[in-house]
Design a protein around this ligand. Sequence first.
Ligand code: PRP
Ligand code: URA
Length: 217
Amino acid sequence: MTLRKHAEFPNFYEVTHPLIQHKLSMLRDVNTVKKEFKELVLEITLLLVYEATKDLPMTTRQIQTPLEIFDAPVLAGQKQVILPILRAGIGMVDGFLAHMPSARVAHIGLYRDEETLEPQHYYFKIPPNSKDRQFYVCDPMLATGGSAIAAVNELKKAGAHKITFVCIIAAPEGVAEFSAQHPEVPIFCANLDNKLNENGYILPGLGDAGDRLFGTK
Ligand code: PRP
Ligand code: URA
């Protein structure tokens, strides 16, 4: 089992697999270039998704094997929805789609105001009939928690109630705030880092995830 629990955050699951830890160290390195950064985000997401989807409901479908008819286990219910928080969440989408190629992809546009650190909302598009779908909100970074909380607020307003948040690095301050607002939403994360600095950046962190993914700085 590679899931680590923290007593103070009952909804938080740290995925401590050695491959994730190794890749995360490469991701943090300031010398990792854009191409490698993008590949590492994808590879880490592939490993996180394996754990984050462990409770998906199952049913059976009758299939014919070359030898006999068999009630085969398959995923139950409507297609899942991946909801990346723009921009950096986009880097994680292919990691989900590799496992669930017919999942729907929704989008929410949020950016942090550099002064107030408050999330600014600019886009929201999800598929119809979302009430009973499983949503996976993804963003590499959970810092103050403002963006993740705002994304889940919008989903709940739209009627969704099966929601999981998947990130790569989280700050304890953000996990505490998210857990206070959305205690029933599980968070799957590669590492709980130390703290936020005075500018709201995660320490040790990896810097600005969106800028490193898209080469905008
Ligand atoms: C980053 C990151 C998260 C947010 C986390 O995005 O990708 O969305 O900050 O910070 P928070 O937990 O304090 O809200 P940013 O606002 O830089 O937008 P961008 O992805 O468009 O660059
Ligand atoms: N957003 C980022 O991209 N990095 C941080 O450390 C905090 C917020």
